[in-house]
Design a binder for this molecule. Structure first.
Ligand code: HEM
Length: 204
């Protein structure tokens, strides 16, 4: 495992998120096929199509919700457009991308606490991306130019952007009840994603 991105302060909500999602992370990580000998370019493409089917509607739901905190700039953190570009780079036509199945069983986003929980999962996933990026480059010769930009979405800014997100998270006034809601949203995000990937038959 990689060294933890340098962090100055771990706010209570992050401690709760880590405690509440560690097992879900381990379980999902074990089932994802990034390190499988069976993963070829075709299987990677199907995996990224399934990712798109989750990220696109979930980011849409975040954008459409009235709950996203006004001072949080989501646009530069959107990942579905990069997934879409990756699929195009892997020669999937725009019309085929538009007709990909999209997950309908998404976490409910009714409060800023819900948003923060969902965002924790989507932002945290960029950290593991740094390991997956190297594996996929070595195994399939795919990188940011030919289908694997999503795995390196923030590039050299990955650590800084994670720290910025954690700082933002820590700056929110959250009581114990709010923190529970943040953790519940993060847990639901992990479980919805796993169930979705399972239904798309891309998990080990
Ligand atoms: C095989 C796939 C994956 C690998 C190898 C992996 C690996 C990692 C690694 C190395 C970290 C950094 C841990 C640290 O610095 O202590 C991390 C953090 C994280 N990952 Fe993953 N990851 C994978 C998939 C995912 C997925 C699919 C998600 C969610 C959609 C996810 C969500 C997170 C979150 C939320 C964190 C932040 C944990 C924290 O520091 O609070 N990961 N992952």
């Amino acid at each position: 495992m990689q060294a933890k991105a340098r962090e100055v302060y771990v706010p209570p909500v992050l401690q709760d998120l880590r405690a509440g999602t560690a097992e879900l992370h381990i379980a999902l990580e074990k089932r994802l096929p990034f390190f499988s000998d069976l993963l070829d370019t075709n299987a990677f493409g199907r995996l990224m199509q399934a990712y798109y089917g989750f990220y696109a509607p979930l980011e849409r739901a975040l954008l459409d919700s009235a709950a996203i905190p006004a001072d949080f700039d989501l646009t530069p953190r959107l990942k579905a457009p990069v997934l879409r570009a990756d699929l195009q780079a892997m020669h999937l036509p725009g019309e085929a991308i538009d007709s990909l199945p999209l997950c309908r069983s998404l976490p409910v986003i009714n409060s800023s606490a819900d948003c923060l929980g969902v965002l924790y999962v989507l932002e945290g996933a960029t950290l593991g991306g740094q390991i997956l990026r190297r594996e996929i480059a070595a195994r399939l010769s795919l990188d940011a130019d030919n289908g694997a930009a999503f795995l390196d979405i923030y590039g050299a800014a990955t650590g800084r952007r994670w720290r910025d997100f954690i700082e933002y998270l820590g700056s929110q006034a959250l009581d114990a009840h709010d923190r529970e809601a943040v953790v519940a949203a993060a847990q639901t995000t992990f479980s919805c994603f796993e169930r979705w990937l399972e239904s798309r038959e891309v998990l080990a």
